[in-house]
Write a protein that binds this ligand. Structure first.
Ligand SMILES: Cc1cc2nc3c(=O)[nH]c(=O)nc-3n(C[C@H](O)[C@H](O)[C@H](O)COP(=O)(O)OP(=O)(O)OC[C@H]3O[C@@H](n4cnc5c(N)ncnc54)[C@H](O)[C@@H]3O)c2cc1C
Ligand code: SF4
Ligand code: SF4
Length: 1011
């Protein structure tokens, strides 16, 4: 049994006192000094790991005032804070060993949309895509773009002056900020915006820090005007971090917004923002141009700029290859036809927008004409995507590119530290050639892509930060890149802000640096806001890129074998794709419903790696522990487990991890949609096994895990069993809303329909023609026992389509055992069941199943533990039918259907969702695939009393609306057992499975062509 693990380092007494006083001052938000929160807030997407003392989650502006006023007291002068939004910074921007102030949990409302004036007012924690979803019905959008648009907050965007694709047309975030409500270091509320000379003079008179700041900025700008003009580069991606070059207005006034934009939380809290929004371009098209080399693509981009595109993005072959292995490829494949020379080595995505389709078509004609007149032998050709839906598919792929870079195989993984340099666009190709030579000299792998129109290059060299001495390599490469960008008149910090890389500011600014320091000193005289970044006031220092603790250093204690056994948990690079805001996206329901980052894939991965580190420190090998637990009979350790449970040490760090793991629905969305394929359900199961090797499990774990074995028995007397499993009884063991067993007698119905059970000998003895027509339906515990009619309908459909259906004899699949971490038992069940299914498959007859979650277990959990090739090949029924489209009859009925797919299927087998559409289309029926998140049920999760409220909340976020919208009378379909259960429970609506819809249409007898 593992020992109780040491708790997180105690909180400094002055921080504890600060938090206690804050509470006394009616702080309305949340305050946490818990180890779980501190661990999760210790990282962003950078190489660094810095554990804060506490995390504050303010609820409103007044809470920010309370924090700042308390900080301003002398006794708390030593405390510092870092504001935090989505935590997607790539250079430690929001990391601190002080207090994190997370503005994303509560302060995330769109407050006002003024359509006529094209203005919005938002709280800082609003996510960029959230804002755009609210604006879309008005035909407007917030234009600055960034790859992390589905999780980065407006506060974070403003503070890093974010920009990305389309910046030449729409500019940076700063260009769209009209005004900011700031809470300054003395607790005063300050409204920034462009001030005319007169307004500035009045502002300088105002009491408090606001007046002093106005005075100081006026002075600093006047004194250094020449130096400022000489030092700041004239680039599209002008410098972030106190942009003095754009501070002075023509009439002598000042625009304070430009200094605050890009200030990375070093000058105060942004409490509210007023933003300018613009009309969504009505029409758009993207030409995807393929090349023989990345260099050719980069050089051609300069020629293509002449055709006036809205934006050009260049992607290299590594990024394309990674995209090919990702779920995103299915949606863009059509735009990348196979060339005789193989996959393109470079691609330019060239976007044209316009007020009318004709305008866009004229631009495309000009491109066609121009490229014909000026041929380029390295150009292979191009495809066109027209309209929002198609172009968005390409931009979504491009947005995933940075994340995908982290998915290289092996221990050396792409990391961010020189990932966003910018040079004048006309020099980009030459610059990149030198950059590549630099990385090649260091023998480093890398993938590249960039905003060529703006001269920005994204590159992440692959390093194993656990190797001793890598920090020195990070320094060496950074310094070489700094020198290289300087030679090309460019910047190290072209897009993602400075963070820890602020170290290079004094050298860059030279004699102007004291002016930058003076700005910091004016706003934050005691250096309490995110110190060490952007500028350090006299007497204090900036952080250094190799002097901040890294994740790699932390992970060094974790042995390689554990790293490999924990399902990519240790490869989580914090890119935050799992913080996806969109309720209609499957990723990650527990995070969306709680807004607690511990309950996200990143949170769980982060806690897992810290848990492994603590185990290593105590000399405990979790792999040996798991082997021991499986080898010994459970009863032997029972007394010790009872003792440990009774004497439960509350400060055992394992409980912190357990809390995060227990909120996981095991829906597998992370496994499919995380660019790094961090597989939470798999490492969670391993954790649960070891955790419960020390602490007793609740009774319901045992019941649920054994349910698959008990169901055949219970089904013999379904009515009695249903009475016994009614609410008051199940509640006693923590289960609620359990489904009712079907009362249909399966054996009798099979006989009536002439369907036999499949056994290997009978199948093997079938004549060839019969075997070819045969297919075995593999039942799962839930559909067979709770939805027996569906099983029969599927068999009937197969027969109607001219096949000979067989039913495999029921045998537990083991999924519930896996979910609850009974891994020893799971291995036994999986080994046995796989052997049974392989024996059937050896006859040459195909095996199919109905429920996505159960069938995909064979591909995922079975494949992970069984020897190579031993996992049985069971396809989803629709995957099998989609290979036989020509066998399907066309019907005359003009019905349309809508499908709400299972989220595990969306994540792990996105093609299978599309298969339903192809099948319905082949039958002449319409099928719309609805965008929806998780239904909240996820196997037994929604039946567990402790999770029921959250399960219903998850349902309300996305499914409730879809179900109430319906799909035509009775035409809304769902292919997941859990989903149908949840809809029945909450909305009292029975959704059909797609096979039932097809069966019913065929039964109605309106077949036009039988094939
Ligand atoms: C995969 C990936 C791709 C990326 N692509 C792009 C890109 O295309 N373009 C781009 O510009 N960036 C990009 N980034 C970087 C990052 O997403 C941006 O910098 C983003 O703007 C950060 O927003 P956030 O909400 O995550 O902020 P955080 O990372 O939480 O914070 C960023 C900074 O803002 C400060 N801050 C946050 N909220 C406030 C507030 N209310 N008041 C004061 N200060 C605050 C923090 O202290 C910190 O210094 C990328 C990052 C990743 C991981
Ligand atoms: S779990 Fe995946 S998506 Fe989430 S932060 Fe980690 S790597 Fe990114
Ligand atoms: S399995 Fe689902 S709930 Fe659990 S971490 Fe992954 S996405 Fe979140």
């Amino acid at each position: 049994m593992i020992p109780a693990l040491s708790p997180s380092a105690p909180v400094l007494s002055r921080v504890a006192q600060f938090c206690a006083e804050l509470r006394l001052r009616d702080f309305a938000g949340d305050i946490s000094t818990g180890g779980g929160d501190r661990t999760v807030m210790a990282t962003d997407n950078s190489i660094y790991q810095v554990t804060p003392q506490a995390v504050l989650y303010p609820r409103n502006r007044d809470d920010l005032v309370r924090i700042a006023k308390l900080l301003a007291q002398d006794r708390f002068a030593g405390i510092h804070v870092a504001p935090r939004g989505g935590g997607t910074g790539t250079n430690g921007q929001s990391l601190t060993d002080g207090i994190v102030v997370d503005l994303s949990r509560h302060m995330n409302r769109v407050l006002e949309i003024d359509v006529a004036a094209r203005r919005v007012r938002v709280e800082p924690g609003v996510v960029k895509d959230q804002l755009n979803a609210a604006l879309a019905p008005h035909g407007l959008f917030f234009a600055p773009e960034l790859s992390t648009s589905n999780r980065a907050t407006i506060g974070g965007m403003i503070s890093t002056d974010a920009s990305g694709q389309g910046s030449c047309l729409y500019g940076k975030t700063r260009d769209h900020v009209l005004g900011l409500t700031m809470v300054l270091a003395d607790g005063s509320v300050f409204r920034s915006g462009p001030l005319s000379r007169d307004e500035l003079d009045r502002a300088c008179q105002q009491p408090g820090l606001g007046g002093k700041v106005c005075n100081a900025l006026d002075r600093i700008e006047t004194k250094n005007a020449d130096l400022i003009a000489r030092t700041f580069p004239r680039l599209n991606r002008c410098l972030t971090g106190y942009d003095l070059a754009h501070l002075r207005l023509p009439d002598g006034g000042l625009d304070l917004n430009v200094v605050l934009c890009g200030s990375e939380g070093t000058l105060g809290f942004i409490a509210q923002a007023e933003l300018n929004v613009v009309p969504i371009p009505a029409y758009s098209a993207v030409a995807t141009m393929r090349y023989d080399s990345f260099d050719a693509a980069l050089r051609d981009a300069q020629v293509l700029m002449g055709f006036g595109p809205a934006s050009i993005e260049t992607v290299d072959e590594h990024v394309l290859a990674l995209a090919q292995e990702d779920a995103v490829w299915a949606s863009v494949e059509v735009f990348f036809p196979e060339d005789p020379q193989g996959l393109a080595k470079g691609v330019n995505l060239v976007e044209f927008t316009g007020e009318s389709q004709e305008q866009v078509e004229r631009a495309l004609d000009a491109l066609e004409e121009g490229t014909r007149r000026a041929p380029n032998p390295a150009r292979r050709g191009y495809t066109l995507a027209r309209g929002r839906e198609e172009t968005n598919r390409l931009w979504d792929m491009r947005k995933r590119a940075v994340g995908l870079l982290g998915n290289m195989k092996g221990d050396r993984r792409p990391v961010a530290f020189v990932e966003d340099t910018a040079v004048p666009p006309e020099h980009l190709a030459d610059y990149i050639a030198e950059f590549r030579a630099l990385l090649d000299r260091h023998r480093l792998a890398y993938g590249m892509f960039g905003h060529v129109d703006a001269g920005v290059l994204h590159v992440r060299p692959a390093l194993d930060m656990r190797e001793a001495g890598t920090e020195a390599l990070v320094r060496e490469i950074t310094e070489e890149v700094v020198a290289l960008t300087k030679r090309y008149g460019g910047l190290l910090w072209g897009e993602h802000g400075k963070g820890v890389r602020s170290e290079f500011s004094p050298a860059f600014f030279g004699p102007l640096y004291p002016a930058i320091q003076a700005v910091k000193a004016a706003f934050d005289p005691r250096n309490q806001f995110n110190p060490g970044k952007i500028a350090a006031p006299e007497g204090s220092s900036l952080l250094a890129i190799d002097a901040v603790p890294t994740k790699g250093q932390n992970d060094r204690a974790i042995p390689q074998a554990w790293r490999e056994a924990t399902d990519n948990a240790l490869h989580c690079n914090g890119n935050g794709a799992c913080f996806n805001w969109d309720p209609d996206d499957a990723m990650c329901p527990s995070w969306k419903a709680t807004r607690d980052r511990r309950h996200s894939p990143k949170g769980r991965a982060q806690l897992m790696r810290d848990w492994l580190r603590r185990l290593a420190q105590q000399g405990v090998d979790p792999l040996a522990e798991a082997r021991g637990l499986r080898a010994r009979p459970a009863w032997r350790a029972l007394p010790a487990r009872i003792w440990a449970t009774l004497r439960r040490r509350e400060d055992d760090f394992s409980h912190e991890v357990m809390e995060a793991m227990s909120g996981c629905l095991a829906c597998k969305s992370c496994t499919g949609a995380c660019p790094i394929k961090v597989d939470v359900p798999s490492f969670r199961a391993k954790f649960l096994e070891i955790y419960h090797g020390r602490y007793l499990r609740p009774l319901r774990h045992h019941l649920v895990a054994r349910l698959e074995s008990m169901l055949p028995l219970l089904s013999r007397l379904p009515r009695l069993s249903n009475m016994a499993s009614a609410e008051p009884f199940t509640r006693l063991v923590g289960l609620v809303h359990t489904p009712k067993l079907s009362t249909v007698n399966l054996r009798r119905e099979l006989m009536r329909r002439g369907v036999s059970f499949a056994d290997p000998e009978t199948l093997a003895a079938l004549p060839e023609a019969d075997r070819k027509r045969s297919v075995v339906l593999v039942p799962d515990a839930f559909i067979q026992h709770y939805e027996t009619p569906l099983l029969l309908d599927a068999l009937e459909l197969l027969a109607m389509l001219g096949y000979r259906p067989w039913l495999a004899r029921y045998s537990p699949n083991g999924k519930p055992l896996h979910v609850h971490g009974f891994l020893g038992a799971f291995r036994k069940v999986a080994t046995r069941h796989a052997a049974e299914l392989r024996a059937l498959a050896e006859s040459g007859v195909d095996l199919v199943g109905l429920d996505p979650s159960m069938v995909l277990t064979y591909r995922s959990e079975y494949a992970a533990i069984l020897p190579k090739g031993a996992a049985p090949k069971v396809r989803l029924l629709q995957e099998w039918l989609a290979e036989r489209l020509s066998d399907l009859p066309r019907v005359s009925a003009e019905e349309g259907f809508a499908l709400l797919p299972h989220c595990t299927e969306r994540a792990l087998a996105p093609g299978a969702v599309a298969n339903w559409q192809a099948i319905f289309a082949a039958c002449g029926l319409g099928l719309e695939i609805r965008r929806a998140g998780c239904c909240g049920m996820a196997g037994t999760y929604g039946h567990e009393a402790e999770h029921r409220a959250l399960s219903e909340k998850i349902y309300a976020m996305s499914w409730a609306e879809q179900v109430s919208a319906g799909g035509g009378p009775g035409n809304l379909l769902a292919d997941g057992f859990s989903c149908r259960c949840q809809v029945r429970e909450i909305d009292a609506v029975t959704l059909r499975h797609p096979v039932q819809a097809l069966r019913d249409v065929l039964r109605a007898g309106e077949t036009v062509t039988a094939r």
